[in-house]
Ligand binder design. Structure first.
Ligand SMILES: NC(=O)c1ccc[n+]([C@@H]2O[C@H](COP(=O)([O-])OP(=O)(O)OC[C@H]3O[C@@H](n4cnc5c(N)ncnc54)[C@H](O)[C@@H]3O)[C@@H](O)[C@H]2O)c1
Length: 206
């Protein structure tokens, strides 16, 4: 039986994946703001530390897979804190537990939005690991018509680039841990309910 950690597992894609893996016989440790085995806020340093501590305790110290999936699409800095820094902290924080598995796997849910227009300065500060600067840049771009999607797309592009940059490294491939990203198109979940609510919204999203 494999032990799989899924963040953002109280809703949408994460919840569906948790159900599927449980049905297939895996042990799933769910992580979310609510309704999860590990209830933490991945936008904060405290929440990210608590994630690692609690998963270590619940799993007994070894996990076989991590799905860094928690995310949101609000045109505010918190989207950068959760989507990029929360996801990277999840992967890096749980990596030592993965290393003990005989067949470890890690995956990050990025998005088709990664190929859309992005704020390059925001993407660069994410990849530099400078959360303070990234949040300040995100604050600058917050609000305003149609700006939210560029902010979201920037977090998803940064995630995708982080995976490409890191997957071949000694810590991941070198340690036998396959690190991948998936980039879904539109999936009908609460996250996108507003953007596919009517024909006009669907047309502008397509
Ligand atoms: N739905 C789509 O069309 C779509 C397309 C491409 C990529 N994605 C990505 O898939 C992932 C899952 O999205 P979804 O559509 O299932 O959304 P969703 O809103 O249904 O689920 C996201 C989950 O993340 C959790 N979350 C948000 N902030 C958090 C925080 N601070 N700490 C811990 N958990 C937090 C939420 O509580 C929620 O349960 C996201 O990363 C999203 O960007 C979604």
């Amino acid at each position: 039986m494999r032990t799989v950690v899924i963040t953002g597992a109280a809703s949408g894609i994460g919840r569906a994946l948790a159900e599927r893996l449980r049905n297939e016989g895996d042990r799933v440790i769910t992580v979310d703001l609510h309704d999860a085995d590990v209830t933490v806020d991945l936008s904060t340093a405290e929440g990210r530390s608590a994630l690692v501590e609690q998963v270590a305790e619940l799993s007994g110290g070894t996990i076989d897979a991590v799905v860094a999936n928690a995310g949101l699409i609000r045109p505010e800095p918190v989207t950068v804190a959760v989507n990029y820094f929360g996801a990277i902290a999840t992967l890096e924080g749980l990596r030592p537990l993965l290393e003990r598995s005989s067949a470890p796997r890690a995956v990050l849910t990025t998005s088709l939005a990664a190929v859309m227009d992005v704020y390059e300065d925001l993407v660069e500060s994410c990849l530099a690991g400078d959360e303070e600067e990234a949040l300040a840049i995100a604050e600058k771009y917050s609000g305003g018509e149609n700006i939210g999607n560029n902010l979201y797309a920037s977090t998803k592009a940064a995630e995708a680039r982080w995976v490409r940059l890191n997957a071949p490294n000694p810590e991941w491939a070198g340690a036998g841990i396959a690190l991948n990203a998936v980039g879904p198109g539109i999936v009908e979940t609460p996250m996108v309910a507003d953007s596919i609510a009517d024909d006009a919204s669907r047309a502008s999203t397509a």
